[in-house]
Unconditional design. Structure first.
Length: 390
């Protein structure tokens, strides 16, 4: 039976971080239950909703086995755990399931003992924890709600609830970050020994408050205190060294894990395995088509609940040319690299010329048929991707 990942989008936050322009809303908690009701309905009725929307499933629903669920956002840990439990029950009652990884994204300030116990009881066995930094000044400037002490308060609560798989996110490139403060964040992270770590280079969305300040000038959001791209690359390299030294295996450009704790759900994205996304703005991939729901949460609820219609904003077949680009782009994000010969055979293409150019530029390494991004050039991987996909 082919395996399937399920992603559930919860597009609500307590406040808006200065650099973020995601389609998330700061809304009253009264909107949470109608939203999760709509998600449950989308899950339970997905086959009829997909069919009406023109989404063809190569494999019928009952033939998949769901083995991973990822509840992301937004800040899904804001929800009453009962609502999270209802969405997970809808998954269990709709699909054949052998769930071995059920992740919830959580922000440190939202963690309470009561919630953590309820999450574990609902079957959540992995927490992706939005730490971002251990330096309060950086957290405050970025508009984050939590502070360093919230992380220290929350981690024992999660461990006490029996959650044995915790991932920490850190952001390299926050305003006011320095080599020294970055080393401090890395040292504190390593001391807390999460099973998994994601390090993201800050991407400032042009439409965010910080992005507008970068373009138009001003001091309110500390645009002038943003590290340079060179500094960010150094932060990335120092994270890589610190994490390797602490026994983490670097398996994807932004992700490190203790042995056996690689994210099974996220690996599906990079390996082009199928996943269904439920909720406003959620993306899905069936193997032959990609589609995405409309972003507006209120319109999503209205469409599912009143019109019994899936609000699909994008639906496209994956052409062979797109599939090839995805194989290269997603495959090379993984540090194990890709099998060049397999790709050339599957897609009837010849990539040798491009690979030689990238190899001589030092961006790519080749070992027999396996190609991978050069370890020292991961922070500038976009250069390799642009050349490879052109
Ligand atoms: S960065 Fe995350 S927590 Fe902050 S506003 Fe965006 S989605 Fe919400």
């Amino acid at each position: 039976m082919p395996s399937l990942g399920i992603y559930i989008q919860v597009p609500f936050c307590q406040t808006r971080c200065t650099y973020c322009n995601f389609h998330t809303g700061v809304v009253s908690s009264g909107r949470f239950a109608p939203y999760t009701d709509a998600v449950c309905r989308e899950i339970r009725e997905h086959r009829a909703l997909y069919e009406a929307a023109g989404i063809g499933l190569a494999v019928q629903g009952e033939a998949w086995t769901v083995d991973t669920v990822y509840v992301g956002g937004g800040t899904p840990s804001l929800l009453d755990p009962r609502l999270l439990g209802e969405m997970l029950d809808a998954v269990r009652e709709t699909f054949s399931c052998a769930l071995h990884e059920v992740t919830l994204e959580a922000d440190p300030e939202t963690v309470t003992e009561e919630k953590a116990q309820a999450w574990a009881k609902a079957g959540i066995n992995r927490i992706s924890f939005g730490v971002q930094s251990f330096v309060d000044g950086e957290l405050a400037a970025a508009g984050r709600m939590h502070r360093r002490e919230d992380v220290y308060r929350a981690v024992p609560i999660l461990r006490g609830a029996g959650i044995a798989n915790v991932s920490f996110d850190l952001i390299a490139g926050l305003p006011h970050q320095t080599a020294e403060s970055w080393s401090q964040s890395l040292a504190e992270l390593v001391a807390l020994a999460p099973e998994h770590v994601s390090v993201y280079l800050l991407e400032v969305d042009e439409g965010s408050r910080l992005g507008k300040e970068v373009l138009a000038g001003g001091k309110r959001y500390s645009a002038g205190a943003l590290p340079t791209e060179d500094q960010m690359a150094e932060f990335y390299e120092s994270a890589s060294a610190a994490l390797a030294g602490a026994g983490y295996h670097h398996y994807e450009i932004s992700n490190w894990a203790k042995p056996g704790f690689e994210s099974a759900h996220n690996l599906k994205y990079w390996r082009r395995e199928p996943y269904f996304g439920f909720g406003a703005g959620a993306h899905s991939f069936s193997g032959t088509q990609r589609w995405a729901n409309a972003h507006d949460a209120a319109a999503y609820v209205q469409s599912i609940s009143s019109a019994n219609r899936l609000p699909v904003a994008q639906l496209e077949p994956v052409t062979p040319a797109q599939a090839l680009d995805e194989e290269l782009f997603l495959g090379l994000r993984q540090l194990d690299g890709i099998d060049l010969k397999r790709i050339e055979r599957s897609y009837g293409v010849e990539l040798h010329g491009k690979i030689v150019t990238l190899e001589s530029a030092g961006l790519i390494e080749r070992n027999g048929d396996t190609i991978r991004l050069a370890p020292g050039k991961l922070s500038i991987s976009n250069e390799a991707f642009v050349q490879l996909l052109s």
